[in-house]
Design a protein around this ligand. Structure first.
Ligand code: GLY
Ligand code: MN
Ligand code: MN
Length: 426
């Protein structure tokens, strides 16, 4: 039997991460915590309590206290009262009071919701608080009998974005398309990959992004065939392609865009062949995004186009059905076509509902990112060696299809060539 009533959820934010002596990595609040609060200071915990007979649901923040000395060195802190008023919590307390208050908050609640196993320190702290409640059993107090992982509930909430979230995602998408266009205008033979990365970061930051949403991939020539290439330290060569996978993060929401284009501004014949194939695959995948379709449908649509194209280009032999069945296309296309996008670049949310792929619904946001990566090999036509192409856009599922929020970054061959020509003034 479950004793007590209602429940309690504890959602801590991320810890600060030391980089080396006296220096930290740039701080970024935990995605679940910021999703629920909008509060971005470190050392904070959200407690949500529901029911216990006599109490209304409450949101309670524990955060750093005001501290003039620390604020002179490190900057403004809201403090509990300021945070409560600015963010609309029902109550707020100093983080130093958490342990003392935790046993009282936990007592006589039926269910504890918590990110079990996410952080060993928090696991221990909460276990200790539960033990303190149990130690008071002779005074009639009961610890929650059920502990659930709060992430399952929050993942389902985060999967479908509301109008405010979509508005932010459109804005960060637009900023990020501007960064890709800037890179296209800048690129020329002899520039280094890191110079292009600097252009991207400059554009993200000058438009208000807090961070890049992930480490930018700026991959010239053969580096494009390394899927997670982040060295970004090689020279760009005339005749090579450049693959850029980069997006900004704004108000805690990510953008995720890839464009592939020629360093010298003109696609060669073989480059155009592979590029056109990937673009056609992307169009087929985008056409498959609509409510009622499943998460896997865009991938399957892209695969059919890619595998047939690989056969036509003599990268593969045999029939389309055989290529799909044997997965021989995986030699040149080894990743999936989509992932959820939101606060995290690979966002929260289940990909399967039981045995079946998740059905798409309005407000979900996913990437559409087919590619083709051709490493040198004796059985591969030499004209295609070291061509790596990915084209990635961000799609919001709408009532009758999808909205591509990253369309402003050029991707038709003629549009890329025109921008690169005009950007160089000739
Ligand atoms: N930028 C990471 C990805 O495309 O999944
Ligand atoms: Mn992606
Ligand atoms: Mn990407």
């Amino acid at each position: 039997m479950t004793r007590g009533g209602g429940g309690i959820a504890l959602i801590p934010t991320s810890p600060e991460q030391p980089r080396n002596r006296d220096s930290h990595y740039p701080y970024r609040a935990d995605s679940y915590f910021q999703y629920l609060t909008g509060f971005t200071e470190p050392e904070a915990v959200l407690v949500i309590v529901v029911g216990r007979g006599d109490t209304a649901p409450q949101s309670i923040l524990f955060c750093r206290e005001k501290n003039m000395e620390r604020e002179i060195w490190d900057g403004f802190r809201h403090g509990p009262d300021g945070a409560r008023d600015a963010f609309g919590f029902d109550a707020a307390h100093a983080i130093g009071e958490l342990d003392a208050k935790l046993a009282e908050l936990l007592a006589d609640r039926s269910v504890l919701w918590f990110s079990i196993g996410q952080d060993a320190g928090w696991d221990n702290r909460i276990a200790a608080a539960l033990n303190r409640v149990r130690a008071e059993s002779r005074s009639g107090k009961h610890a929650p009998a059920i502990i659930r992982d709060v992430r399952a509930e929050l993942d389902a909430m985060r999967l479908v974005k509301d109008a405010t979230e979509l508005d932010i995602m459109r804005r960060v998408a637009t900023i990020s398309t501007g960064a890709h266009s800037r890179a296209m205008r800048f690129v020329a033979p002899g520039r280094f990959e890191y110079e292009v990365e600097a252009e991207l970061l400059h554009e993200f930051r000058r438009q208000g992004c807090e961070f890049p949403a992930y480490t930018s991939i700026v991959a010239g020539g053969p580096n494009a065939c390394v899927l997670h290439y982040v060295g970004n330290d090689q020279i760009l060569r005339d005749g090579d392609l450049l693959l850029i996978d980069a997006g900004g993060e704004l108000n805690g929401y990510a953008s995720d865009i890839t464009r592939s284009f020629p360093v010298n501004g003109r696609f060669s014949g073989p480059q155009a062949d592979v590029y056109s194939l990937v673009l056609d695959a992307q169009a087929a995948a985008i056409a498959a995004v609509r409510p009622g379709a499943t998460f896997a449908d865009p991938h399957e649509a892209a695969l059919k186009v890619l595998a047939q194209g690989m056969i036509d280009l003599k990268l593969l032999s045999g029939t389309l059905d055989a290529a799909i069945e044997s997965e021989s296309y995986k030699r040149f296309y080894m990743h999936r076509t989509s992932h959820w996008l939101g606060k995290d670049v690979h966002d929260a949310g289940e990909y399967k509902a039981g045995e079946n792929w998740a059905p798409l619904a309005p407000g979900m946001v996913l990437t559409i990112e087919p590619g083709c990566y051709i490493r040198p090999a004796d059985d591969v036509p030499k004209a295609f060696w070291n061509i790596g192409v990915r084209i990635e856009d961000d799609a919001v599922v709408t009532a009758d299809g999808c909205e591509i929020i990253t369309d402003a970054a050029p991707k038709k061959i003629a549009d890329i060539e025109a921008l690169m020509r005009d950007g160089r003034g000739g």
